[in-house]
Design a protein around this ligand. Structure first.
Ligand SMILES: NC(=O)c1ccc[n+]([C@@H]2O[C@H](COP(=O)([O-])OP(=O)(O)OC[C@H]3O[C@@H](n4cnc5c(N)ncnc54)[C@H](O)[C@@H]3O)[C@@H](O)[C@H]2O)c1
Length: 495
């Protein structure tokens, strides 16, 4: 496997992530060892000779390799038993572009799922839908024709963001369960209307940030909840790319025209404009249809952070800065954005940069350790949270006073005599097997909810919280203000 794999598009992330994780496993442990070595060096500066000699056990721990555990995928619920025909979920896609086709593939890997229909506004994608479904299926450019069908139990909504709310509401009213792509909403009001539709019609709605179903994230949550990190006050997260595809400069198919694309329907409630294939295929760049980098990529990181840290509401405040610094085409969405979020118990710094490739990384900084998720490899690095005798500031004391201070200190802390306490425990890593695909796990969780009528692990309430965090990041960036979430008014306010 190559060490460096260029992640060109969001859809490709899941497919390539495992190659990256596999290729970088060795590199990750080298980096971790280097970091442990650095910690060791800096600690030595602060110790007198007696203390340094007493840390043999700690030094041995520092030199050891990072222990890596391969996580076991959950058996797919439905796969563990034969799915009776009556339990089969008949599934249709609405919006069958890049992600729609990816999800159709994932659905084919879920036992007891049948693809029966597809909707899209571009002829080429209706052809692609049949190819992915591997059979002749009903296709249409009008999603209502899908909702009218009795042989459809559940639908995928993988259109650009500005269409999500309307289709989800109509689908719930038509008695269909819904897998809606992220970010769930395009506006705050839409998010609440989608929750209402889910609840009023008693439907399963699952949002499509697939990391919510990943075994690696489940392990991260277990570590977070165990308390080994101590008090987590800071989190940082970044997802960066450095190529045209990563910056949404997708090629326009040669047959794109008003004859092959239903342009009027694409616009929907967005302002009327003459046919523009750039807007149709690169919709993420434009505010009328998409949520830019927050809706494209922040939302995945936020989904993981909300899950792992147990967040059940939007952040309190968000402050963004960024700009269109390199991709100076006709886009409105920045190609670099940084947001500082305030959550009640920690602060989060998040970044997406389309001008440099660097590993996808999320770090949780706790008083007793750091949890790092880097390209799907999870590493826990404990820190010494035990009381330590002062080393640095007594360097300016005469030796007699230093000795006296240290003797008294050790009398007061008998459990931490030199040689008895550990400087640092070794780091530990966790990762999924290379062929693990959390997209399939997420789709299978949806199918299980459809069968059992148990709420989805990432329902519309969950999706509302992460989507609003994205709306807040954009609100702050575009309005050049701090965005404050007003729960009572259900609005983002500016300060
Ligand atoms: N979970 C993930 O990892 C992931 C990855 C990529 C995209 N997405 C999300 O999936 C959605 C689609 O993204 P994409 O990359 O597939 O975009 P895309 O442009 O490749 O496909 C969108 C398709 O929706 C169709 N469409 C637009 N309006 C429609 C309507 N009213 N009815 C039916 N079809 C309509 C278009 O014809 C187009 O083919 C977005 O919300 C995006 O954020 C999620």
């Amino acid at each position: 496997m190559p060490l460096e794999v260029v992640v060109k598009s969001e859809a490709a992330v899941s497919a390539r992530r495992y190659e990256i994780a596999k290729g970088r496993r060795e590199a990750a442990s080298t980096i971790m060892e280097r970091r442990l070595g650095a910690a060791h060096t800096s600690r030595r500066i602060h110790m007198n000779r007696r203390e340094f000699m007493g840390t043999g056990a700690g030094v041995a721990a520092l030199g050891s390799a990072v222990k890596t555990t391969l996580l076991s995928p959950r058996p797919l619920g439905a796969a563990a038993r034969a799915v009776p025909a009556s339990d089969r979920v008949r599934f249709a896609s609405i919006g069958t572009g890049v992600e729609g086709c990816t999800i159709l593939q994932a659905a084919l890997n879920c036992p007891g799922t049948e693809i029966v229909a597809a909707c899209d506004l571009y002829d080429g994608r209706l052809t692609a839908a049949k190819e992915y479904a591997k059979k002749e299926i009903f296709t249409t450019k009008d999603y209502r024709a899908i909702l009218d069908r009795n042989d459809v139990d559940a639908v995928l909504v993988a259109t650009p963001d500005h269409w999500h709310a309307r289709i989800v509401k109509d689908a719930c009213a038509a008695g269909k369960d819904v897998y809606c792509e992220k970010p769930m909403s395009h506006t705050v009001d839409q998010a609440f209307a989608m929750i209402e539709a889910m609840q009023n019609h008693n439907r399963i709605v699952q949002v499509g940030s697939q990391c919510r179903s990943s075994i690696v994230f489940a392990k991260a949550k277990e570590v977070f909840d165990s308390g080994v990190l101590g008090q987590v006050t800071a989190v940082e997260a970044a997802l960066d790319r450095n190529d045209a595809s990563g910056a949404w400069v997708y090629p326009i198919p040669p047959d794109a025209s008003e004859q092959t694309i239903d342009w009027e329907r694409f616009l929907g409630d967005a302002p009327k404009r003459p046919f523009d294939p750039i807007r149709f295929f690169r919709w993420r760049c434009f505010r009328d249809y998409g949520e830019g980098l927050p809706g494209d990529l922040y939302v995945h990181m936020l989904t993981g952070i909300h899950f792992i840290a147990g967040i059940t509401a939007p952040p309190l405040r968000a402050s963004s800065m960024g700009g269109i610094l390199r991709w100076t085409d006709h886009r409105e969405a920045p190609d670099l954005i940084w947001t500082l979020y305030e959550y009640p118990s920690f602060r989060l710094a998040m970044r997406c940069n389309l001008n440099n490739e660097s590993p996808y990384v999320v770090r949780y900084f706790g008083t007793k350790g750091t949890l790092e998720l880097k390209n799907d490899v999870l590493t826990v690095t404990p820190q010494n949270g035990e009381p330590q005798p002062e080393g640095y500031s007594i360097l300016g004391w005469p030796e007699k006073l230093r000795t006296q201070y240290l003797e008294e200190w050790h009398k007061e802390h008998p459990g931490t005599l030199p040689g008895k306490y550990k400087l640092i425990q070794s780091a530990e890593s966790f990762q999924a097997p290379p062929d693990y695909d959390y997209q399939v796990d997420h789709m299978n969780n949806f199918m299980e909810s459809v069968r059992t009528r148990q709420p989805s692990v990432e329902d519309a309430v969950y999706g509302k919280n992460t989507a609003i965090a994205c709306h807040m990041a954009n609100h702050s960036y575009f309005d050049k203000t701090i965005a404050v979430w007003d729960e009572g008014a259900r609005k983002i306010q500016s300060v």
